[in-house]
Structure formats: C-alpha cells, structure tokens
Design a protein around this ligand. Structure first.
Ligand code: GDP
Length: 366
C-alpha cells in the first residue's frame, strides 16, 4: 500500500514537471525566444563586414570628336529641318509660296526672324544662279549659308588655362532647371579630359541638392569641391573655392551659382556680388551662360537678364538632343553677340560637346 502511494506520488510529480517544461517551450511567445534566431544562424551576417567598394576615379572621354559621336542625337531631332529645307529647295519651280515654306521651316527651328530673312535672301539669289539643282549642290549651298550665319570663325575656345600663376576661374550662370549643375559637372569632366586639374565651387547654396549633386560629379573625376552651409552666402563659397584653387595650384576653378528667377533683382544682385568677390583674387576668365534649347525665344529673354548683369563670354546650350529647334544656336549668337561654346546632347556624363560649327551644320542638313 505504502509502495503504491509512493509510486503514485512520483508519477504525479514527474507529470507536472513535464507539463511545466512543455508549457514553457510551447508558449506563444516562443517565436521570439532564442530558438528562432538559432534556427536562422546560417544566414546571419558574417562577423567581418564586406569592405565597401573603393570609388574609382573615372577617365572622361576625350573632347575631340565628341560632336561627331553625338551627331546622331542632333540629326535625329533635326532631320525635319534639314530634309524639309532640301526637299523644298529641290522643287522644280521655287515660287513665292515655296520660299514662304522655307522661311517657315527656319522660323519653326527657332533660327529667328532676322537670320531667317538673311538666309532666305541669300538662298534665293544663289539658287537662281545655280542652274541645276541636284541634291548634292543644294546640300552644299545650304551648308554654306547656314555656316555663314552660325559663324564658322567665332572663337569658341574655353579660357580655362591658368594665367600669371593663378587658376582660370569659370563662373557658370543660368536659371534653375536649364541643366546648370549638371553642365558644371560635365564641364569639369571636359576640363579633366583635356588635362586640367579642377576645383568646383558649390555656390548654389539655395538648392539643397545642388551641392551634393556637384560633389557626386566631382568625385567621379577626382576633383575637389568647396561647399558652404546650406542657405549660406554664395559669394563666400565662391571666394573660398578660388582661394582653394590658388592654394592647391590647380588649373581651373569652376563656380556653380544659384538660379532662382522668382526674385530677379535679388538674383542679379547676388550674382554681381559673387563676381566681385571672386575678382578679389583676380579677373573671372569666363562667364558661361547655360540656356535650355527647348525654351526657345523664352530662353533668349532670360539670357538678356543675365547679360545685363554680368559680362557673359560664352553660351552653353543644353538639351539639344530633345528638340527640333537647333536653329536657336543661330538666334542666340545673333541676339546676344556671344558664341555658343558647348552644347548638351543628353543626360550622360560625357554628353557635352565643344561646339563645332561645321559638324553642327552638317548634322542639321543631314
Ligand atoms: P539646374 O537647376 O539648372 O542646376 O539643372 P540640373 O543640372 O539639375 O538639370 C536639370 C535636368 O536637366 C536634369 O534632369 C538633367 O539631367 C537634365 N539635363 C541637363 N543637360 C541636359 C542635356 O543636354 N540633355 C538632356 N536631355 N537633359 C539634360
């Protein structure tokens, strides 16, 4: 009897103990208990983290021949222009109506009124002399006439080499959205490709992303960037950038500026100040105005605001890849009397080409 009671007691205690152990391990919270991570152990991160890839400095594409490479982008959007003109000119009988169509084609391509009239007059005179109008002769004729208005002999070189032991300073201006910061990055690549050392000044302190954007561009080609506090004084960033350029003995300092046009007077005052402050170190070598080719005549109105404030020495025409209005090159130069020095033909890092009149016209004529 006593033995039976002891056995019963042992069975009961053992059963409770088992029940307690089981209850614990099968509790609903067990999913977050150590068992779960232990099961995932094989996919845990290794104890030594993977080394981050070291950013490698890119070698930008040489600038010579870029326009030839990018020519297809230009002619794709300009074909209507060249082909349209050629088919008009090759008509057997060029009456007034046909000449009006030639005029319209030129105007639609944003060549501008004055240049259009000049081209049409010259084409009229020369095609009258030209007895037969084969497509080859017409192409030649059109190329010559367009070259004459595009200005084959204009000096389009960038003044980017150091002088008197000091770096050249390039000021890049234009309204927001025209591609100014992107163009600064691309110009830095052009300069590096041509063998220059470059410091970039992020003086667009109003657009928070602009300095980061510029830094990314600079890092890719191993250029230095000088930036200031957000919403800080743009002139002081410009001053510091040139000071760094002098201290580091670089060839060129490229200064990006702000372009909010909401407050025209404020913007222009600020731009004037940036320029004056840079000039404490020495004269500005180039002031490049960035214009968006797709904005046409509107872009010209913007340009005048800038040329009234700073002496613009060259124009960079961006987004020529997306427009059939390549004639704006002619209008910009005539209206402003300033050469187009560079053209943007895409969003890729090396899609900026030194402007070459003949290649450009040949791409237009097709
Ligand atoms: P910012 O406000 O003037 O500094 O303009 P951003 O440099 O930020 O450029 C505005 C947009 O224009 C970006 O999406 C650029 O990639 C684009 N962009 C700049 N240049 C060109 C160009 O030549 N062709 C095309 N298709 N897009 C461009």
């Amino acid at each position: 009897m006593l033995l039976a009671l002891v056995v019963l007691a042992l069975v009961l205690v053992g059963g409770i103990g088992y029940a307690v152990r089981r209850g614990k391990s099968s509790s609903p919270t067990s999913a977050v208990e150590p068992e779960a991570p232990a099961a995932q152990a094989p996919i845990e991160a290794p104890t030594t983290p993977e080394p981050l890839p070291t950013p490698s400095v890119e070698v930008p594409e040489p600038t010579a021949g870029r326009l030839v490479r990018l020519r297809a982008r230009l002619s794709k959007s300009q074909n209507v222009f060249g082909k349209g003109l050629l088919s008009l000119l090759s008509r057997d009988h060029l009456d007034d109506e046909a000449w009006e169509e030639v005029e319209d084609t030129l105007l639609t391509a944003d060549v501008g009124v004055a240049a259009t009239q000049e081209i049409v007059e010259r084409l009229k005179a020369r095609s009258a002399v030209l007895g037969t109008r084969g497509i080859v002769e017409l192409k030649e004729l059109l190329t010559e006439e367009l070259l004459a208005v595009v200005g084959a002999d204009m000096d389009r070189s960038l003044n980017a080499s150091p002088k008197d032991g000091k770096p050249a300073t390039l000021l890049v201006v234009g309204v927001n959205g025209v591609g100014k910061t992107t163009t600064c990055g691309k110009i830095a690549r052009v300069l590096v490709a041509d063998g220059h050392s470059v410091v970039l000044g992020a003086a667009d302190t109003f657009r928070a992303a602009a300095a980061d954007q510029l830094e990314t561009w600079a890092n890719r080609v191993g250029a230095q960037v000088v930036r200031g506090p957000e919403a800080g004084d743009p002139a002081s960033v410009a001053f510091d950038a040139v000071a760094k350029g002098i201290a580091d003995n670089v060839d060129t300092v490229l200064v990006d500026t702000a372009g909010r046009l909401q407050n025209k007077v404020g913007l222009m005052d600020e731009l004037g100040k940036v320029k004056r402050v840079i000039e404490k170190h020495g004269p500005v070598s180039e002031t490049l105005l960035v214009l968006d080719a797709t904005t046409g005549q509107n872009g010209l109105a913007q340009a005048r605001v800038f040329t009234d404030t700073v002496e613009v020495t060259g124009v960079v025409l961006t987004k020529l890849d997306g427009t059939a209005k390549g004639g704006i090159v002619i209008a910009v130069q005539r209206e402003l009397g300033i050469p187009v020095k560079l053209i943007g033909l895409g969003e890729g890092p090396d899609d900026l080409a030194p402007f070459a009149a003949r290649e450009f016209v040949e791409a237009l004529v097709g």
